[in-house]
Design a protein around this ligand. Structure first.
Ligand SMILES: [Mn+2]
Length: 247
């Protein structure tokens, strides 16, 4: 029976070293295979790809097992939603056309089983991070995207990969919980709660699996990532649980 909703994020497929990306892809494919019988919806909440850009007639090489498995799920009737992450914000119509996927730019709010969910990749929210907030505006501008698409893919994608090699993830440091006052997504969720109630806030981006109780019975879940943690959340119609995929 298709009665479960799955949430996961931050696969960073294609992130260096390339040798580990195939192992990661294979874990993800096994996990997708394990949920295909009971998944009604699948939310891929950003940074699925370490870099993604769609040219009018070209998409980046790679990830065929992953994309093939997603196609299988889509053909079985699983509804797939992609969120744009900070590494893969340049998704246009390809995944929509191939997988009937929904592409979400920023936040998405849904209600399932009488519970309300606030969903977002998690980039550029909360206090601070001004430099990134400015970059996000530039990277998301049509002009910037148009200019980037004018570069030959060999050049454009190698520039992007070099850029990505300097990211937080590539530096290999393990994330640690900073405490409720310093965790900017906790601060952000609390600010939203002042205006409106949600039962669950689900984010990626933090690269640290987290479950934090918020005021008024609300909860913040961070989905972690698939380099160290292999974590995802599942909603069974009543409860949301953060889980680890064990092969
Ligand atoms: Mn990420």
């Amino acid at each position: 029976m298709r009665d479960k909703i799955y949430f996961t994020s931050d696969f960073h497929l294609g992130a260096h070293p390339l040798a580990t990306t195939r192992g990661r892809e294979s874990r993800i494919v096994q996990w997708l295979d394990s949920i295909k019988a009971d998944a009604d919806e699948l939310y891929l909440m950003g940074d699925v790809f370490d870099f993604w850009f769609e040219y009018a007639t070209v998409v980046p090489k790679g990830y065929i097992r992953f994309l093939g498995k997603l196609a299988e799920l889509a053909d079985l009737g699983v509804k797939i939603t992609f969120f744009k992450g900070n590494h893969d914000m340049w998704m246009f119509s390809y995944l929509k056309d191939e997988l009937s996927a929904v592409i979400v730019d920023n936040e998405l709010t849904i209600e399932r089983g009488g519970k309300t969910f606030y969903l977002h990749h998690g980039d550029g929210l909360g206090p601070g991070d001004r430099k990134y907030k400015l970059l996000k505006k530039i990277f998301r501008s049509r002009l910037c995207q148009w200019l980037f698409a004018r570069l030959h893919p060999n050049l454009g994608i190698s520039i992007a990969q070099r850029w990505s090699a300097h990211s937080r993830l590539a530096s290999g440091g393990q994330e640690i919980f900073l405490g409720e006052d310093q965790e900017w997504l906790v601060v952000y969720a609390k600010s939203i709660l002042e205006k409106q109630h949600y039962d669950y806030f689900i984010f990626g981006h933090r690269h640290l699996p987290l479950e934090v109780d918020l005021p008024h019975g609300s909860k913040y879940i961070n989905l972690g990532e698939w380099i160290n943690y292999n974590t995802y959340a599942v909603f069974d119609g009543e409860r949301l649980r953060l889980k680890e995929w064990l092969t």
